[in-house]
Design a protein around this ligand. Sequence first.
Ligand code: 16G
Length: 243
Amino acid sequence: MIDKNSPIPIYHQLEEYIKSQIECGALKVDEAIPSEREYAERYQISRMTVRQAINNLVNEGYLYRQKGRGTFVNKQKVEQKLQGLTSFTEDMLERGMKPSSKLLSFQIIPADIQVASRLKLKENTPVYEIQRVRLADDVPMALETTYLPANLVKGLTEEIINQSLYKYIEDTLLLTISEAAQQIEAASAKEIEVKHLEIEKGSPVLLILRTSYLQDGTPFEFVKSAYRADRYKFVHTMKRTSS
Ligand code: 16G
C-alpha cells in the first residue's frame, strides 16, 4: 500500500489509502480508525508521518477527533453537482436526506447598492430579505441570505419560506426559473456562521453568491450563502469544445 520509493510523500500516500478505505466502506461512519502507533507499525513509517496524514484528513473533514477516545470516520460530504439549477430542497431530497430551514429573519427592506445592481433595480426599491439556516437531516449545512424583488416574488409568508422558495415561485406564481450565475470562494467562518452552522471559529466555509434569472432574463433572486466546507463539496463537469 505504501511505496517508500515513490516520489509521492508517504503521508500523502497514507491519506489516499485511508480515503479509499472510507470510500469503499472498509472504514464506516463513526468507526474508530487504527491508532497512530498501529499505522506506524503496520507500514514501518514514523508516527510523525501518520500524524500529518491524519491531521490533513481531519482538516479536510474526512475524520474527526474525540478527546481521549480516538479518531473516527466522519460522514461523507454532500456532493452538489454544478450542472442543473436546483434548489436546496431538491438537492437534499434527491440524496434521500430531509431538508429543513430555520428562519432567522424575514423582512422587506430598501435595496442597497449591491442588491439593487444584482437585481437590476433602482437603489431603495423594496426587496424581501430572508435569512435561513438550511439543514439536511437536521444538521446545519448553510446560512443563506436571499434578496427578492418584492413586486415580483409576491405574497411570501413564513410558511412558504419554511418550505421551498423555488417551488412557490414555479408552482404558485407560475414564473419560469431559467438560469443562474454563481461565484464560489473560500473564507473562514465569521461569528454569525460559527453560531448558526455549529462550527468552530475560523473553520473553512464556501461563500457563494448567486443571481438567478427568469426565462425572460429578469433577475428574481440574489443569494449570499456560506456552506460548511467540512460537509459540502461542489463538483463541476466540464466538456472540451472543439474550436
Ligand atoms: C439553493 C440556492 C439558492 C436558492 C435555494 C432555494 C445555492 C448556492 N443556492 O440553496 O439560490 O434560493 O436553493 O431553495 O445552491 P428552496 O427552494 O429549498 O427554498
